[in-house]
Design a protein around this ligand. Sequence first.
Ligand code: ADP
Ligand code: MG
Length: 368
Amino acid sequence: MSQLVVLVVFGGRSAEHEISLVSARFVVASLDRSRFLPVLVGIDKAGVWRLLDEPQLPKRADPRENRVDESAPRAWLLPTPVPGGRGRLEVEGQEPVPFDLVFPVLHGPLGEDGAIQGLFELASVAYVGSGVAASAVGMDKVLQKRVLAHAGVPVVPFVSFGRHELEAQADATLAACARLGFPLFVKPANMGSSLGVSRVADAGGLRAAVDHALAYDTTVLVEPGVRDCREVEVSVLGNEVAEASVAGEIVVTHRDGFYSYEAKYLDAAGSRLSVPAELAAEHAERVRRMALAAYAALGCAGLARVDFFVSGGDVYVNELNTMPGFTAISMYPRLWAASGMDGTMLVTRLIELGLERHAARAKLQTSR
Ligand SMILES: Nc1ncnc2c1ncn2[C@@H]1O[C@H](COP(=O)(O)OP(=O)(O)O)[C@@H](O)[C@H]1O
Ligand SMILES: [Mg+2]
C-alpha cells in the first residue's frame, strides 16, 4: 500500500504561531511512516506559506524562539478543486506537490477559527478537525457561550462588548462589568493561550485590563472569577459519534494566580498536570458527559479539548479548543495516553476521521 501524503500546516499569522510549531513537531514525530508521508508547510508571521524540509522544523524548547524560516520557497493552495480528487500544493519554482489530507496544526485566529477550514472546503480537500462553523464558534468565546447555554451546558455568566460600545458609554459598560463582582476575568473574545487575559482584583484595574484585551480582539468578554476554581480538561475524539478521555486537572501554582501564558509555556514549575484528575467518581463521569454534550452542541469533528471550571459541586464549561495544544507535554495527547492511546494511534485516528468526514460530505447532493 502506498503512503498517504499528509500536508502538515503550522505557524500562522497568530499570536500562537510559536506554540503551533512545537505542536507540529509532535504531530510529525507521531506520524506512522509506514502509512503516511509528511509534507511540511510553515505559514510565516506575514501569512506567507513556505514549503519546509523536516530538519527545518524548529527544535527549540523555548517557544518564543520559534519562527518559520522566511527564506524557504513560497507555496500556496488554490481555492478550487483539482481534477482527479487529490489536493495540490503549488510551490514557487518547483513542481506542484500532490497530497491526500491536510493536518492544520494551527492555533488561534486564522488557523482554528474556520478561516483556513473554508479554504480547504473550497479546494475540496480532506482535513483534520472541525469544519468552518464549529471552528468559528469554538474560537469565539462569546458565541460559544451562547451556543452552550442554549444547549443546556452550564457556563460562567458574562458580559461582552465591543470597542465602539466602550467608547460610546464607558461608565455604563464598566459598571455592568463591576456588577458581576470582583475578582473579574477580562479576555479577548477570540484568542487563546491566555493572551490578553487578565485577572482584575478591583475597579481600579478594570479599564487597563479591557484595553489590554482590546489589543487582541475587537470584542471583550468579562466574567466573574470562579472561587476555589479547579481546572479540569477532557479530550474528545470522533465525528458524529465521539468518545471522551479520562479527565485531567491542571494544578496552577504560578504567582499570576491563574493559568496565564507564563504558567502555560514559560515556567515549568508554574503548573502541573494531574492525570487522571482526582475527582469523585460521579464528578468525573459528569465532566465526561458534559464534554460530549458540548462537543455535539458545537458540531465539532475530529477533536476538541473541553475545559471545565470545577468549584465544589458546581461544574462549568469554560471553553472548547478545536485545535488544542499538541506538544509532547500537552493535555490533549496526555489524556489519550492515559486512556490507552499513544501519539501514533491518536494521529492515525485523527487522519482517518478527517478522511471519513470528507468522504461522507463528498456524497452530499449538489443539485436538486
Ligand atoms: N471565570 C474564571 N474564573 C477563574 N479563572 C478563570 C476564569 N476565566 C479564566 N480563568 C483563568 O484564565 C485562564 C485562561 O482563560 P481562558 O478563558 O481559558 O482563555 P484561553 O482561551 O486563552 O485559554 C484559565 O485557564 C483560568 O486559569
Ligand atoms: Mg483556556
